[in-house]
Design a protein around this ligand. Structure first.
Ligand code: NAG
Ligand code: NAG
Length: 784
């Protein structure tokens, strides 16, 4: 049985088997049996035949009631009471029963009755390699700072192998890697402890975690192994400084950028981790004040924003250093430079500068005369700083560009101070920015007077009416003249230009106040001698050279009733009495005589009327009021006195009335048959001839009357048309006593009563006016 059991063993235990066999045999005698079995046998495995090994007959055994006394190890085995076989009853785990002790013996008490005997059976359980090395922690974590020097050692967890002897743990191995190696240290108690040795410097930034597999091997055959993962976390050291994405940043910002607007984001990265990689941004150590005033750096975000006012015209570009600092201890820094260019904007309006004060320009200045020098400026650059200068087209000036941004304001056309004496020239400067900025400036240009205007009289000619017999030295008229120039050029002096009237120089008739143009008479005038005078007046300014103009003053002498009518017929040269004869046989209505008078005055002053003032017999004679005819009122009777005296008064129509009288003596003769005769020596023509002349006179009177009537009709028609056109009739009275400027020609008709005369007044300025008088009598028996 034992041999059999030994056979069941593996060949490796053969030596042991031999020893066991001898002791087993010996123990039988000592009533003590020892079996050696490997652990982990199958249930029912027969360890040995106890009956035979104890020396009993197998057939007898059934009567002896072979059994295992209840003891601690009893549960592992059982005995077949019929055959006496000891077999495995339960799993026998050597490690479970004996742990790590070198030999493992199970004690059994075997009881045999009839007679009762007690036998001790020892069963040695031998180890088999049924346990692999085992790590308690399958995932170990080891933290190693990256700054660790090579050669540093870190103990690792040992593995455990429950087996003993050669089956127990024998060696360790580490997965292949270049940073670590394994060292196995054997302690005094023989335990083997693995150690990790750092072979090469670690760099967290290259590899932050190393995963190693630690394998424990036992010495069994076949070898069993156990593994554990060792995770090595390389702990960060602040060994990397922050690094900017670029060493030089470039950005642009408009000069109008408001405070707070973002310009650029700077960014630095730090390969470290944790605080060692947390970056804060700052200006470089030597950043200048202007930069700090203009920009700020957000320490956390790295955003550079506008802090103050930017002005391209002051600083066009900013260059400064920035620094990124991590929060390690000690902190590390990285650096970069930033260049921020300011973009110009059209924020400056052009400026107009007068290089010279505008000089006054004479009105006769030639086109192109320089008036002012102008300079324009714009602080912006590029198109924003390019300036265009313009002038409003309504001004007679233009801008002439000279060298860069300099212009001269020159006259563009002839000036006339009398039209415009000064200009406020509007000049607009605009730049080419978008939108364009504009500046307007006004240049005051004064136009200087030049004596280019002669004085002008208010009228080219004047008509002045002066009553005759007026005292000398009277102011007749005030002439006015005007000069459009100024100052001396407009200061006027009046004078009389000497011309002769009737061989007498005009200056002897008139005097003019040289300053105010008042014209005075220097003598009194007699209408009966001079009806009109012309005087040329000159107005002269004080310019250099001076200019002058002339005006003619027509002085019309107005008639006054200063002449009494003078009787021209019947002639009274033989005294104051005229003698007439007449026949006593005349009928009523006989024309005795005709009184004819003349008046040196004219017009109404010369319009005469006749009246019988006194008569010897007022019933016999009558005098026609207008004609002065003396006729018989009735036929003369025998009783009438032969001598009759008539006093006839002749009056003119003037104011005051002037009159004269004539006395006519009439001698009535009997048998005197031809009374129509004047007994003057002048009229002694034969009767036939006389009547012929009378006929001619009548014909010519009729034709003149017809002519007058025609003229009158023509004038009437003209008048009618004129009044329809709104103007007044040709015969009109001027408001002023003196003036009647429109009267150049006047036909004066005497319409009250029979037409006596037509007076034609020539209003010719160049020569003295002529008055043509035609005195017509309706009937004249005596005139030739
Ligand atoms: C002109 O001057 C004279 C003398 O000074 C003066 O009597 C006269 O009234 C003046 N005439 C006018 C129109 O001023
Ligand atoms: C004015 O009259 C004078 C004398 O007749 C003459 O010499 C002069 O030229 C005239 N002036 C003008 C402007 O007509």
């Amino acid at each position: 049985m034992i041999q059999k059991s030994i056979e069941g063993w593996k060949g490796t235990a053969l030596g042991l088997l031999g020893v066991s066999l001898f002791s087993l045999l010996w123990n039988i005698t000592e009533a003590q049996i020892r079996y050696t079995i490997p652990e982990e046998l199958k249930e029912g495995f027969v360890v040995g035949n106890l009956a035979r090994d104890l020396g009993f007959d197998v057939s007898d055994i059934a009567h002896r009631k072979l059994r295992i006394a209840s003891e601690s190890s009893g549960q592992y085995f059982r005995v077949d009471s019929e055959k006496g076989d000891l077999s495995v009853n339960a799993r026998i785990d050597r490690e479970g029963i004996c742990a790590q002790s070198g030999s493992c013996l199970l004690q059994l008490q075997v009881v045999i009755e009839n007679p009762l005997q007690l036998h001790r059976v020892e069963i040695e359980v031998q180890d088999i390699n049924d346990n692999a090395p085992n790590f308690h922690t399958k995932d170990g974590v080891l933290k190693i700072p990256e700054s660790i020097a090579p050669g540093a050692r870190f103990p690792l967890e040992s593995a455990e192998d429950l087996d003993v002897g050669t089956n127990s743990l024998s060696s360790y191995s580490l997965s292949k890697n270049e940073f670590f190696r394994l060292n196995v240290k054997t302690l005094k108690d023989g335990r083997k402890v693995p150690e990790l040795i750092v072979e090469k410097p670690l760099d967290r930034e290259k590899q932050s975690v190393h995963k190693l597999i630690l394998t424990a091997l036992d010495g069994g055959n076949p070898v069993k192994s156990g593994t554990a993962v060792v995770q090595i976390i390389v702990q960060d050291n602040n060994d990397n400084e922050p690094k900017f994405e670029t060493t030089a940043y470039k950005a642009q910002v408009h000069e109008s950028a408001v405070v707070g607007s973002s310009v650029i984001h700077i960014k630095a990265t730090d390969l470290d981790e944790g605080l060692n990689s947390e970056v804060e941004y700052y200006f470089g150590a030597h950043t200048t004040e202007p930069v700090k005033r203009a920009f700020s750096v957000n320490p956390d975000s790295g955003e550079i924003t506008v802090l103050g006012n930017l002005d391209y015209e002051i600083i066009k570009s900013y260059t400064f250093d920035v620094c990124a600092k991590d929060k390690g201890n000690p902190a590390l820094e990285g650096h970069a430079s930033v260049q921020i260019d300011i973009i110009d904007e059209n924020d400056n309006t052009p400026e107009i500068i007068l290089t010279s004060l505008p000089s006054p320009v004479p009105e006769n200045a030639t086109v192109g005369t320089v008036v002012a020098l102008i300079n324009v400026k714009d602080l912006d650059s590029g198109d924003n700083g390019k300036v265009e200068l313009n002038i409003s087209p309504e001004f007679p000036f233009k801008l002439k560009p000279s060298f860069d941004n300099h212009y001269s304001l020159v006259t563009d056309s002839l000036l006339d101070r009398e039209v415009k004496s000064e200009y406020n020239v509007e000049i607009i400067a605009g730049d080419f920015g978008v939108p364009s900025l504009k500046t307007t400036n006004y240049i005051h240009v004064k136009v200087l007077d030049v004596n280019d205007n002669p004085p002008t009289f208010s009228q080219p000619s004047y008509s002045v009416y002066v009553k005759e017999n007026k005292a000398a030295g009277k102011a007749l008229f005030a002439l006015t003249a005007f000069d459009r120039d100024t100052d001396k050029n407009a200061q006027i002096t009046f004078s009389i230009v000497d011309s002769k009237t009737n061989q007498v120089p005009a200056s002897s008739y008139f005097y003019i106040n040289s300053e105010n143009g008042t014209l005075y008479s220097m003598s009194s005038f007699d209408y009966e001698k001079i009806k009109m005078l012309s005087v040329t007046v000159q107005a002269k300014d004080h310019g250099s050279p001076s200019l002058s103009s002339n005006a003619t003053v027509h002085v019309f002498i107005v008639d006054q009733n200063d002449n009494a009518p003078a009787v021209i017929y019947p002639s009274t040269f033989m005294g104051s009495v005229s003698h007439q004869r007449m026949s006593r046989s005349v009928k009523a209505g006989h024309l005795v005589t005709k009184v004819t008078a003349v008046d040196a005055d004219s017009g109404h002053n010369a319009w005469m009327s006749y009246r019988l003032a006194e008569a010897t017999d007022a019933s016999l004679f009558s005098v026609t009021f207008h004609t002065g005819e003396v006729r018989t009122k009735r036929s003369v009777s025998e009783q009438d006195d032969s001598s009759q005296r008539l006093l006839i008064e002749i009056k003119d129509n003037g104011e005051p009335v002037q009159s004269t009288t004539v006395t006519v003596d009439i001698l009535i003769e009997d048998g005197f048959h031809e009374p129509i005769s004047d007994f003057t020596h002048k009229h002694t023509e034969p009767e036939k001839k006389s009547s012929k002349i009378t006929l001619y006179l009548i014909v010519s009177l009729a034709s003149v009357s017809l002519l007058c009537l025609l003229t009158f009709l023509v004038l009437l028609v003209k008048c009618a048309r004129g009044s329809r056109g709104g103007s007044s009739c040709c015969v009109r009275r001027s408001d002023s006593e003196y003036k009647n400027p429109n009267r150049n020609l006047q036909i004066q008709l005497n319409t009250d009563g029979p037409i006596k005369y037509v007076e034609v007044l020539g209003g010719d300025m160049m020569s003295q006016s002529q008055s043509f008088g035609s005195y017509l009598s309706p009937m004249s028996e005596f005139s030739e």
